[in-house]
Design a protein around this ligand. Structure first.
Ligand code: NAD
Length: 476
């Protein structure tokens, strides 16, 4: 069985740790036990990383697409070879089930393979000009990227932050969450072992506010890529605006799920209930507000609560577990606060509602109905295992509720009516809309939101485009 690795930063190819650096205690959320001590960056560490990123960009921007593709394909192969070890580390750090963690490895490998192909199709165009003149439009890598990845997908968030910039010819300084450092280092190591020059891909950790202020104040960094909460995203965008840096922002959501009375309720529940409680609900595209037509409302609530109560909650390394703990001590506290507020305002509790056990950060799959609009839960992203189910009569009201919040990440729909499906796809304010499925993404598909859920896309050709700048060249 893989032991939890020694923690370090990766700066200019060197494993950096120790000295008089402060450290952060990395904790197993299933047991509360300490996994390791993570070194936190000093100003000197960050300056070294910036200097290396500048050299890395000068070198990598001149690499051929074939070189970049070979690194990405090699890393994808290594990810598959190391899948069990990486998944175990992610489960130890974040708590999610081993099966979920392993599927993240597959997602990253798929993305690296997709970008290995896509980087060979970075095309420009030739403009029509008088004979003797030539005008071309070309694409170039934007420059060194500062990328901030959260803890909820310990492997695939870092994979997304690294894959597209490296494919585009950028260098990257990755600051992944301090809660899940070994997973991020494991992904980076696959790239380095596949031949990525060490100054092109680096990893630092630290006090998040210190690291982001330091990196974003540097003119070397030309792009900010952030996944996390809307509050922090707004703050980082302001820092990036000082130097007019390019931004890709993947922020919070509050996923609406519109369920119409023409569906097979059991089929919808069988798909949506496990999906709701995936990673203990700590997913930016998690379905949160179930907006259900009156005719099937009672059946839907009953079926949801029965399925939620039957979910086996436990240590993610135990094969019978279907939902692990929450990732850190902040999350169960937030769940308790939001549930108490909703119930005090008249919401009905049908399942869960409490912590489980007295070690780790376990919280029961929770189902609430008839939650009033002024409850905190109806306005703030719960980011946890809470499903809200409210009754509605007509489609217009359902769409209005879905679009009520300033968030617009993923919106889910269940209906067999074809004209309604097209209207929903048109009217919902979201970056990703699904009809009769939970599948919101894929390596070839843009992933991102609108309004307060951010802007720009990751994955797909759009994710690569976001790491490129456009240049027009006019020759007489
Ligand atoms: P948080 O807002 O403190 O942190 C979210 C992420 O941002 C973490 O990875 C953190 O390390 C990073 N971060 C925080 N401050 C930063 C700064 N000044 N500079 C750079 N990075 C910084 O919240 P949290 O308690 O870790 O998570 C809870 C909330 O975060 C949730 O309610 C959810 O809205 C959001 N979140 C969203 C995603 C997502 O996938 N969009 C992932 C994780 C957390």
């Amino acid at each position: 069985m893989t032991a939890y690795p020694q923690l370090h930063m990766m700066i200019d190819g060197e494993r950096v740790s120790g000295g008089d650096r402060a450290t952060h205690r990395v904790v197993n959320p299933a047991t509360g036990e300490t996994l390791g001590e993570l070194p936190l960056a000093t100003n000197d560490d960050l300056d070294r990383a910036l200097d290396a990123a500048q050299r890395g960009f000068r070198r990598w921007r001149h690499s051929t697409a074939h070189e970049r593709a070979a690194v990405l394909q090699g890393a994808a192969r290594l990810l598959h070879e190391r899948a069990d070890a990486l998944a175990r580390i992610a489960t130890l750090e974040e708590g999610k089930t081993f099966a979920e963690a392993k599927s993240e490895v597959g997602m990253v490998a798929g993305l690296f393979n997709f970008y290995a192909g896509e980087c060979q199709r970075i095309y420009g165009r030739t403009l029509v000009r008088p004979v003797g003149m030539r005008s071309t439009v070309t694409k170039e890598p934007v420059g060194p990227v500062a990328a901030f990845a959260p803890w909820n997908f310990p492997l695939s968030n870092p994979g997304r932050k690294l894959g597209a910039p490296i494919a585009a010819g950028c260098s990257v300084i990755l600051k992944s969450a301090e809660e899940t450092p070994a997973s991020a280092l494991g992904v980076l190591q696959c790239l380095l072992d596949a031949g990525l020059p060490p100054e092109v891909g680096q990893a630092v950790f630290g006090v998040p506010d210190h690291v982001s202020r330091h990196l974003l104040a540097s003119p070397i960094i030309r792009k900010l890529s952030f996944t996390g909460s809307t509050v922090i995203g707004r703050h980082l965008m302001k820092l990036a605006a000082e130097d007019l840096k390019r931004t890709t922002m993947e922020l919070g959501g509050h996923g609406p799920v519109l369920v119409f009375d023409d569906v097979d309720t059991s089929r919808v529940l069988d798909a949506m209930v496990p999906y709701k409680f995936r990673n203990a609900g700590q997913v930016c595209v998690a379905p949160t507000r179930f907006i259900v037509q009156e005719g099937i409302f009672d059946d839907f609530v009953r079926g949801f609560a029965e399925r939620a109560a039957a979910i086996k909650v436990g240590n993610g390394l135990d094969p019978v577990t279907r939902m692990g703990p929450m990732a850190n001590a902040r999350r169960p506290e937030a769940m308790e606060r939001m549930i108490a507020d909703a119930v005090a305002r008249g919401a009905r509790l049908h399942a869960g509602g409490d912590r489980i056990g007295n070690q780790g950060f376990f919280f029961a799959p929770t189902v609430l109905s008839n939650v009033p609009l002024d409850a905190e839960l109806m306005n703030e992203e719960p980011f946890g295992p809470i499903a809200i189910i409210n009754p509605y009569v007509g489609q217009d009201d359902m769409v209005a509720e879905a679009n009520r919040l300033p968030y617009g990440l993923a919106a889910y729909n269940w209906t067999e009516n074809a004209s309604r499906q097209r209207r929903l796809a048109r009217e919902l304010e979201a970056g990703m809309v699904t009809i009769n499925t939970t599948a919101v993404g894929g390596a070839d598909s843009p992933f991102g939101g609108v309004k307060w859920s951010g802007h720009g896309s990751e994955d797909g050709p759009e994710g690569l485009e976001a790491c490129l700048v456009t240049k027009a060249v006019h020759e007489a």
